[in-house]
Write a protein that binds this ligand. Sequence first.
Ligand code: RIB
Ligand code: CA
Length: 303
Amino acid sequence: MKLIIDTDPGIDDAMAIAYAAAAPEIDLIGLTTVFGNTLVHQSSRNARFLLDKLNLPVPVAEGAHWAWGRDFHDPSVHVHGPEGFGDVTEIPDLDQNHHQPAAEYLVDMARQHKKELVVCAVGPLTNIADAIRLDPQFASNLGRLVIMGGAVFRPGNVSEFAEANIHHDPLAAQAVFETPPETVLVGLDVTLQTLYRSADFEALARQSPEIGGFLSEISEFYLRFYQDVAGEDGCGLHDSTAVIACSHEHMFETVETGLRVVQDGPKRGQTIPDPENPPIRVCRDVDGASVVDLFTRRVTALP
Ligand code: RIB
Ligand code: CA
């Protein structure tokens, strides 16, 4: 399966990219970057660093600096650390970004790999909405869009109502839900059922000292955040769960519904079922232990 991950790395994004590199059924052809957990230049630098570490020479196309209708962004430093990788703040700035911006690259790749390309969006949906706006054929050229975002049947994480990726750019999310490609939504409804605990990270680091060790090191900050905010020993495998859904949708229970996004007020970013918009598949339940187990089995095969 040809895959592009649209990402804001980001600790759990780094885990998802490592998973994609390890999964034999995934052919990761590139990354596109977006603001979100970090500023976009940090997302791109972190993406290039990870690809080098994973020995995967594929392009990084940089995308949106901020949300539709805004000209600034406050990164989630309290969740992902000042540079996106927790307490690890010295991140080499390796190689260069692809010459095309993210939306153009996505449009070209969807055209080139007609109906075969899967895009897994694990940050704000700005690049995806830009690609839909840039090319009216983008949605129909795409094989599938798998989104980590939203909280349809349970409370959010940035507020009682909203999940972070949708909250960062509700206008872009609404635009995607109005004219979606074939889409699967992997929201907090399922990603908070895939908790990765400190003991899981210890095992990962033992069996995969280089990659697992790095993921374990950057995750200490993330685990502290979950402990402080939710009293949990463990963090959601948010972005990895979405990448796993790209190839293992059978592990999820889905319901079909259109969605709309609340744009303003205290419920800004809330994802609400709306029959006026085209139906997408929303993941409602998952066997979380199987997702955690698959993630560990795959990533421990890395050095
Ligand atoms: O709400 C979880 C999402 O927000 C994940 O994509 C995480 O990386 C953060 O961006
Ligand atoms: Ca992310």
